[in-house]
Design a binder for this molecule. Structure first.
Ligand SMILES: CC(C)(COP(=O)(O)OP(=O)(O)OC[C@H]1O[C@@H](n2cnc3c(N)ncnc32)[C@H](O)[C@@H]1OP(=O)(O)O)[C@@H](O)C(=O)NCCC(=O)NCCS
Ligand SMILES: [Zn+2]
Length: 306
């Protein structure tokens, strides 16, 4: 059952790696001059030792400067123009997706972009199409992909995919028509599908014990892979899903499921793959990713490490 499987705890990344350091605190006590000290000593009997009162002044770095956006989950420094601009751009991409425009269309033949599904109906009755191309593509499409992957990695707190992984991967994008222009489309979902060799099968709740209590070890026949109880034996598996992302305003419409189906059907030419038969694996699924993985794959999806 999905709810009993544990996933990686991912740490959200912040735009700023460090805050400006606090200036040294100041002790507020006026220091008397030597002259004044001598005068006082002559006129009066030795003063009683009097406890001096110091006042510590703090330059308090207000913690509220570091904001975590409720819409995109990113932490950034409020008031720092660069940080705010980066957050604004990231937030818009996470919510609405990036554009697929005329520039990309112009290059699509040379870049080997293939339309693998058209007129794909979503739950809100909107239609879209799915395109596919190699993940190590260059040119304008390559730089668009690189911005898209940076956004996805930042949102998932995932590392960048290595050139070797990109070379063994295909990109599947779900495009919907733009409301403002007929020449542009929106990239509302993305799957990176990678050629892999092995993955491990997920254990069913009855196959492991004590999974709900973190300190208790799993049964000897299971092992934790990416926080999920799995059978340790590596099994031949042709397709790995290394990244899966849908812009937040388009979720729960079936975009991810359609992308995964397109990837499974077309990744290996002439050989559609079946997730229910264990032919597809996910790497380090998030909570939402696990939910899709179980629903779409009917419990047959495996796990692999990138
Ligand atoms: C995970 C994600 C890709 C799902 O995309 P999506 O297009 O909304 O998924 P689908 O609409 O195809 O969902 C299919 C089914 O999966 C399950 N599911 C999807 N998201 C879920 C969620 N947040 N909570 C519970 N179940 C969920 C549901 O059963 C859903 O069917 P239903 O809507 O009829 O109930 C999207 O939420 C996302 O991008 N999240 C942030 C990034 C992320 O976590 N990626 C996963 C990395 S492994
Ligand atoms: Zn935001």
């Amino acid at each position: 059952m999905a709810s009993t499987l544990k996933t990686y705890s991912r740490t959200k990344r912040t735009l700023l790696s460090s805050l400006p350091s606090s200036p040294p605190s100041v002790l507020a006590s006026p220091t008397p001059t030597p002259k004044a000290k001598a005068k006082k000593a002559a006129a009066k009997p030795p003063p009683k030792a009097k406890a001096k009162t110091f006042t510590q002044l703090h330059f308090c770095i207000d913690q509220t400067i570091l904001r975590t956006c409720a819409l995109c989950g990113l932490s950034y420094t409020k008031g720092a123009p660069d940080d705010e601009a980066l957050h604004k751009a990231h937030c818009a991409r996470v919510q609405k997706g990036m554009e697929w425009g005329r520039e990309e269309e112009k290059e699509q033949l040379a870049a080997g972009v293939v339309e693998v599904a058209s007129g794909v109906k979503l739950k809100d009755r909107k239609k879209g199409r799915i395109i596919c191309f190699k993940a190590d593509v260059g040119g304008k499409i390559g730089s668009k992909l690189s911005t898209l992957l940076n956004t996805i990695n930042l949102a998932l707190s995932s590392p960048s995919l290595t050139p070797e992984i990109l070379q063994a991967s295909k990109v599947y994008l779900f495009l919907t028509p733009s409301i403002t222009s007929t020449l542009r489309e929106k990239i509302v979902g993305c799957v990176i599908a990678q050629q892999i060799s092995t993955a491990v099968a997920i254990a069913t709740p009855t196959e492991y014990s004590g999974a709900c209590e973190p300190p208790s070890p799993p049964s000897p026949t299971t092992t934790l892979v990416g926080g999920i109880f799995c059978h340790p034996a590596p099994l031949p598996t042709p397709l790995g899903i290394s990244r899966l992302f849908v812009s937040s305003t388009h979720r729960r419409q079936g975009v991810a499921s359609h992308l995964l189906t397109a990837a499974a059907e077309t990744f290996v030419l002439g050989c559609p793959l079946d997730p229910r038969k264990g032919q597809v694996a996910f790497s380090q699924p998030t909570g939402d990713g696990s939910a899709v993985m179980h629903r779409w794959g009917g419990g047959g999806v495996r796990i692999y490490e990138e």
